[in-house]
Design a protein around this ligand. Structure first.
Ligand code: NAI
Ligand code: MG
Length: 363
């Protein structure tokens, strides 16, 4: 099989961790398992320096045409002063918006070898494997009106609008149930129906999608604040957690800290299914940023980026067995004691970005 992958390494450690994915791509080629036509383009500060915009129209056109986009990270002190519309994050925001990426998947996997690095006790996180599915294009971050107005008495009033339609809730619910069907088939839906009308509708629509389309799955409803508490108390009770943009922003960061380092966390953002081809637009990226403090020194942990490529194998390319093998390779390298500096014990030996990538490919 042959797939078109657009690689957007970006800034800082982005290019360093992207280079490790290219080693994997070559491995697939050598094994004859799959061919990836890899295109490269600029994003973030690098694109601003070259084109005066955080992503060029040509790069956007390539992203639209690709089977998947793999994004490194953007930003850094060098671009702190650039005009707001051209700030490095604008490249990522345009990709999300123009590709219609409404579903953000953030797995939280705790490798046994790293369980002691978690904020929780080993027994609470060892073997943890959950996914937070966050609605990414609606809700209070985008709802109108959104304004700060000065009242007649001189006071100011700020307004953000939490707003969801049936369609927006249905499509994110389907992503969650379909994901769960390939896992432990358990979905927890988090909202605040006790105080928010959007929570009432969310609950109603998720319940109906479950009953009509995925009756074999187990569905539970949980209040979002309780969900935050449960994630810290006993995260292994969950499989897939589906929630809105605001709660998902917070709950996915909570879940992330259950697993140790930022350098370990992959993510996927998926768009609507094309009814003709069954394919989705998709962008995969590590959760971490461009880490200017360690850039250019070979210190970056490439596992978040390799894991993001793994998610592309699973969700965009249908190479499920290859994705499982990649995850097993990462687990075995960690079990063997290999550590980049961010996950090494203080004072312990650490390997470079390239050494970690080589070890994963070898495994
Ligand atoms: P960051 O994620 O870049 O770094 C936070 C800390 O984690 C740093 O100490 C860094 O060295 C460490 N770290 C991050 N990734 C690592 C890895 N793979 N291996 C080892 N250590 C790692 O977040 P920060 O420092 O808040 O932001 C730095 C820049 O990145 C800013 O310009 C920010 O705007 C941008 N950023 C970009 C994102 C993106 O491209 N999606 C997301 C978050 C921040
Ligand atoms: Mg956040």
């Amino acid at each position: 099989a042959s797939f078109n992958l657009l690689l957007l390494p970006g800034d800082g450690i982005g290019p360093e961790v992207a280079a490790e994915v290219e080693k994997l791509v070559k491995w697939f080629d050598r094994q004859g398992l799959a061919r990836f036509e890899v295109e490269h383009d600029l994003v973030g500060g690098a694109a601003y320096d070259a084109h005066g915009a955080a992503i060029s129209d040509a790069a956007m056109a390539r992203a639209e045409a690709a089977d998947a986009v793999l994004f490194g990270a953007v930003g850094g002190p060098k671009w702190d002063g650039v005009p707001y519309a051209h700030r490095p994050e604008a490249g990522l925001l345009r990709l999300r918006k123009d590709l219609g990426l409404f579903a953000n998947l953030r797995p939280a996997i705790c490798y046994p070898a790293l369980a002691d690095a978690s904020s929780l006790k080993r027994e609470h996180v060892e073997g943890l494997d959950i996914v937070i599915v966050r609605e990414l294009t609606g809700g209070v971050y985008f709802g109108e009106p959104k304004e700060i107005v000065t009242l007649e008495n001189g006071e100011k009033r700020a307004v953000d609008t939490q707003l969801y339609t049936t369609h927006e809730i249905e499509r994110i619910a389907r992503v969650a149930f379909e994901l769960a069907a390939r896992r432990r088939n358990h979905v927890a839906s988090a909202e605040k129906r006790n105080v928010m009308r959007t929570g009432v509708l969310w609950n109603e629509v998720v319940t109906r999608v479950h009953k009509d389309e995925y009756p074999g799955a187990r569905l539970e409803h949980v209040l979002a604040d309780n969900c935050a508490m449960q994630l810290v108390r006993n995260p292994k009770q969950y499989d897939v957690v589906v929630t809105d943009n605001l709660f998902g922003d917070i709950l996915s960061d909570v879940a992330a800290m259950l697993t140790g380092s930022l350098g370990m966390l992959p993510s996927a953002s998926l768009g609507a299914e094309d009814p003709a081809t069954g394919k989705r637009k998709a962008l995969y990226e590590p959760v971490h940023g461009s880490a200017p403090d360690i850039a250019g020194q070979g210190l970056a942990n490439p596992i978040a980026m390799l894991g993001s490529f793994g998610m592309a194998l699973r969700y965009s390319f249908g190479l499920v067995e290859a994705a499982d093998r990649l995850e097993a390779a990462i687990a075995s390298v960690l079990a063997a004691g290999l550590r980049t500096r961010d996950i090494a014990a203080p004072g312990a030996n650490a390997v470079s970005t390239g050494e970690m990538g080589d070890a994963v490919v070898a495994a």
